[in-house]
Design a protein around this ligand. Structure first.
Ligand SMILES: [Mn+2]
Length: 431
C-alpha cells in the first residue's frame, strides 16, 4: 500500500522527464571538452588528481622523492620521516609515527589547503615542497642511529634550495621532521648548528623538560659517557653541553611533568641550560595571547629557531598515542592558536615527535593532531617567507575581533557580517 502511492507518484514524475535528452542515468561516453595543450597535458588534466582517500600515502599528497639519494631534485621545504624509537623510556612505537602522520594528513590537499587562521595556502605558495621520505635508521645500534640521522640532516641542509635567496635569507632548505621519539631533535640541532654556524634557539613544546642529565635514570650499572646517555629525555642536555642551543633565547612550553628527587633541582639544572619555562597551567592565568607574548618576547623574530613539538604537550584525552603521556595538557585548539600566534619566528627547522600509533584511539586522533600541527608549522615557514619576499597576504581578523565586530553591528541593528574575510581596516573603523 505504501509502495503503491510512492510508485504512482514516481511514475507520474518520470513521465514528465524530457526523454529526448540524454540524462546522466544513460551513462553515456563522456566527451571531455577539447583542450589546448599536448596529449600529456590532457592526460594530466584528466588523471593527475587524488581524492583525500586515494593515492599512496605521502604527507598532504606531496610529491615523494627520496631526497637523500636524489640530489638533483631541489626543494625549499622538505617533510622527512625519522622512524626511530629505541631511545624511549616508557612506551615504544614511535617508529610508526611518520606513516601514521602521513595517513592522517590525507585531507590536507592543494585544492583545499587554505589556512583560514593564517590567510594563506601553504601548498600553493612560493616554496617547492617535497615529502622526502624516511631516513633509514638502524633500530639495533643507537650510536650508529645518531650518526646516520646527523649525516642525513647535514646532507639535506647542504643542498641549494629551489628558491635560493628568494626570500633573501633562504640560503638553506628547511626540514620538518616526523618522529620518531624525541631524541631525533639532537641530530637535527647538530646539523643546524653546523649549517648556520651558530647556536640555535629552541622552542620546545612538551609535557617534559627533556634537559635531564643522563644520570637522572638511576642505575647501579651506569657509566658515563655511554651510548645510553642518548635518550628522548636527555637530548637537550647533550645539545646544551655541545653548545648547540642558544642559551637565554630558548623556551619550554606546556610543562607538567613530575620532577626527580624531593625538590626543584631539575628546574635549576634546566635554568643553567638557558630555557624559559612555561607550564601547562600558565594558560589559565595568562591566556593564549599572554603565552604568545612571552614566547615572542623571549625569542623575537630574528634569531634562527628550531621548533620542536612533542605531541604529549596535548592532553592524552585528545592525543593518547604517545610514549610518555601526562594528564592535564593543552587542547589541540589551544595549541593551534599558540602556533598561529608565534608565526613570525625565524624558523630554520622543526619536528613533530612522539606519535606512537599503537596507543592511539581508533579514530587516529593523535596522528590527526600531529598532522595538523605540522600543517600549522609549515604555514608559518611559508608565510614568513611570503612576508620576506614582499608578497601580499590577506590580513585576517582575530576570532575576538570578529566576535566584537558582530556584536557591534548587532547592537547597531545591522546584520552580522558572519565572515572573516572582511578587511581589517573596515573593522577598525567600525570599532
Ligand atoms: Mn619530549
Amino acid at each position: 500500500m505504501y509502495c503503491s502511492h510512492i510508485c504512482t507518484t514516481a511514475a507520474f514524475l518520470f513521465a514528465l522527464l524530457p526523454h529526448g535528452w540524454a540524462s546522466f542515468y544513460d551513462n553515456p561516453e563522456v566527451e571531455t571538452p577539447p583542450k589546448s595543450g599536448t596529449p600529456l597535458d590532457e592526460l594530466k588534466e584528466k588523471w593527475d588528481f587524488e581524492w583525500a582517500f586515494s593515492g599512496i600515502s605521502t604527507f598532504a599528497h606531496l610529491k615523494h622523492v627520496k631526497c637523500l639519494s636524489t640530489p638533483y631534485e631541489p626543494f625549499d621545504i622538505g617533510i622527512i620521516g625519522a622512524p626511530f624509537d629505541t631511545a624511549v623510556s616508557y612506551r615504544p612505537g614511535a617508529r610508526f609515527g611518520p606513516r601514521a602522520i602521513r595517513a592522517a594528513s590525507a585531507r590536507q590537499t592543494t585544492f583545499r589547503g587554505f589556512n583560514h587562521r593564517a590567510g594563506i595556502n601553504p601548498y600553493t605558495a612560493w616554496p617547492t615542497l617535497l615529502d622526502c621520505g624516511d631516513i633509514p635508521i638502524t633500530p639495533f645500534d643507537n650510536a650508529l642511529a645518531l650518526h646516520q640521522m646527523t649525516s642525513a640532516y647535514t646532507e639535506l641542509l647542504s643542498r641549494r634550495p629551489q628558491s635560493h635567496a628568494n626570500p633573501p635569507n633562504h640560503i638553506h632548505p628547511k626540514l620538518i621532521t616526523l618522529g620518531g621519539d624525541h631524541s631525533v631533535a639532537l641530530p637535527s640541532l647538530r646539523a643546524l648548528q653546523k649549517t648556520y654556524n651558530q647556536p640555535i634557539a629552541v622552542l620546545h613544546f612538551d609535557a617534559h623538560l627533556d634537559t635531564w642529565h643522563p644520570g637522572a635514570y638511576p642505575s647501579a650499572w651506569a657509566s658515563h659517557p655511554t651510548q645510553a646517555d642518548f635518550t628522548h629525555g636527555t637530548m637537550f642536555w647533550i645539545a646544551s653541553e655541545e653548545g648547540l642551543i642558544a642559551n637565554s633565547s630558548s623556551v619550554h612550553a606546556g610543562l607538567r611533568t613530575r620532577l626527580g628527587g624531593d625538590d626543584y633541582g631539575d628546574y635549576s639544572n634546566d635554568e643553567r641550560q638557558g630555557f624559559l619555562r612555561i607550564e601547562a597551567d600558565d594558560i589559565d592565568h595568562f591566556g593564549i595571547d599572554g603565552l604568545v607574548e612571552m614566547i615572542m618576547g623571549r625569542i623575537g623574530t630574528e634569531v634562527p629557531v628550531y621548533l620542536s613539538v612533542d605531541i604529549d604537550v596535548i592532553d592524552p584525552g585528545l592525543a593518547p598515542g604517545t610514549g610518555t603521556p601526562e594528564v592535564g595538557g593543552w587542547t589541540t585548539r589551544e595549541m593551534i592558536q599558540i602556533l598561529r600566534g608565534i608565526e613570525d619566528l625565524n624558523l630554520v627547522g622543526a619536528d613533530l615527535v612522539e606519535v606512537s600509533p599503537a596507543y592511539d584511539n581508533n579514530a587516529e586522533g593523535t596522528a590527526l593532531a600531529g598532522a595538523q600541527i605540522v600543517y600549522e608549522i609549515l604555514t608559518s615557514m611559508v608565510k614568513r617567507g611570503m612576508k620576506d619576499r614582499g608578497e601580499e597576504i590577506i590580513e585576517r581578523l582575530k576570532p575576538g575581533d570578529i566576535r566584537k565586530m558582530a556584536l557591534t553591528d548587532m547592537v547597531k541593528g545591522k546584520k552580522s557580517p558572519g565572515s572573516n574575510h572582511v578587511k581589517a581596516e573596515e573593522v577598525k573603523d567600525e570599532l
